[in-house]
Design a protein around this ligand. Structure first.
Ligand code: NAD
Length: 299
């Protein structure tokens, strides 16, 4: 492994989460710093909710430029910050802290990453109708940012579980705070799902369905839900092609997985913290990211 030459000038940016050792995030951020010629290293710190307040005090005391934040800290870290961005406030979650001379600002770049990955793939839902399934953290970020960025109509579906009220709350927030008109539907109503998908420009799975332990599974009953000009995206990044994306691709739809969202949320976080934007094409190549599935020959 090539090592960054560490000197007295080297700065540190951390990722605070638990568990976190499996995360690809430090590798992504370090690759970006290297490309930008920045004397900064990014390390993962196992920080859970009990240690978070002390860790944020440490960030202030050590004058770190900022921190990346993941679960379980995303929904509680705002308590220890000086300000939270409007999008992060609406999402109820922070994934990026920017330290501006001791003043800590929380942002959420998950939704920004999703919208930027669409644009990077020539998909622009501005002024159009979208259908998004999901009620958890990823879904909320995608739904709120899409509404803030100009989607005209959004049908949000979620199954009846402990997350369902989040989706109902998200619909309320979108209708009260943006120009987008959002409606909630139960995911159990598959006839309605089919109708809403039929009148949408874009359909998105923003649940964990399709990823381990739900790999190979989809709540879409059959390919008749997909018409060829429907764009179908998934926030799941592993496997690269979920069962739903495969069904959609075989039905002729343009599809996109969650790898782009993951990359562009990091690029946006780096830009917020350090004021510089790394070249996304370089990052895709460096990290072996291919978020548009093109292998038509595969089963
Ligand atoms: P979460 O635990 O906050 O929410 C889970 C969601 O999945 C809820 O909406 C829940 O209702 C739904 N769900 C679970 N089982 C279901 C089932 N059998 N049928 C229908 N819905 C079901 O999780 P999260 O943080 O929102 O993550 C969701 C997915 O998004 C995960 O696969 C995660 O890896 C992915 N994700 C991707 C990115 C990215 O950058 N691409 C970022 C964050 C999360």
């Amino acid at each position: 492994m090539e090592r960054h030459q560490i000197t007295g000038h080297t700065e540190l940016i951390g990722l605070m989460a638990y568990p976190i050792r499996h995360s690809q995030s430090p590798a992504t951020h370090n690759a970006a710093y290297e490309k930008l010629g920045l004397d900064i290293v990014n390390l993962a710190f196992e920080v859970d909710a009990d240690d978070l307040e002390d860790a944020i005090k440490g960030l202030r005391a050590l004058k770190l430029r900022g921190s990346n934040i993941s679960m379980p800290n995303k929904t509680i870290v705002h308590k220890y910050l000086d300000e939270v961005s409007p999008a992060a406030k609406l999402c109820g979650a922070v994934n990026t802290i920017v330290n501006k001379d001791g003043y800590l600002i929380g942002h959420n770049t998950d939704g920004i990453g999703y919208v930027q990955s669409l644009k990077d793939n020539g998909i622009d839902p501005t002024g159009k109708k979208v259908t998004i399934v999901g009620s958890g953290g990823a879904a909320t970020a995608v739904q709120i940012q899409s509404a803030l960025d100009g989607v005209a109509e959004m049908s949000i579906f979620a199954r009846d579980d402990k997350f369902k009220d989040n989706a109902i709350e998200t619909v309320k927030k979108i209708n009260e705070n943006t120009n987008c008109k959002a409606v909630f539907y139960p995911l159990e109503d598959l006839d309605r799902l089919k109708e809403e998908m039929a009148s949408s420009y874009l359909f998105t799975n923003a649940t964990g369905v399709g990823m381990k332990p739900l790999e190979g599974i989809t709540y879409i009953p059959d390919a008749s839900f997909f018409r060829p000009d429907l764009i179908v995206t998934d926030v799941v990044y592993s496997p690269h092609e979920t069962a739903m994306l495969k069904m959609a691709r075989k039905a002729g739809c343009k599809t996109m997985n969650g790898q782009g969202m993951m990359l562009f949320q990091a690029i946006a976080a780096i830009e917020l913290m350090l004021g510089q934007r790394v070249d996304s094409e370089y990052m895709k190549e460096k990290l072996g990211i291919s978020y548009v599935y093109t292998d038509d020959d595969e089963d």
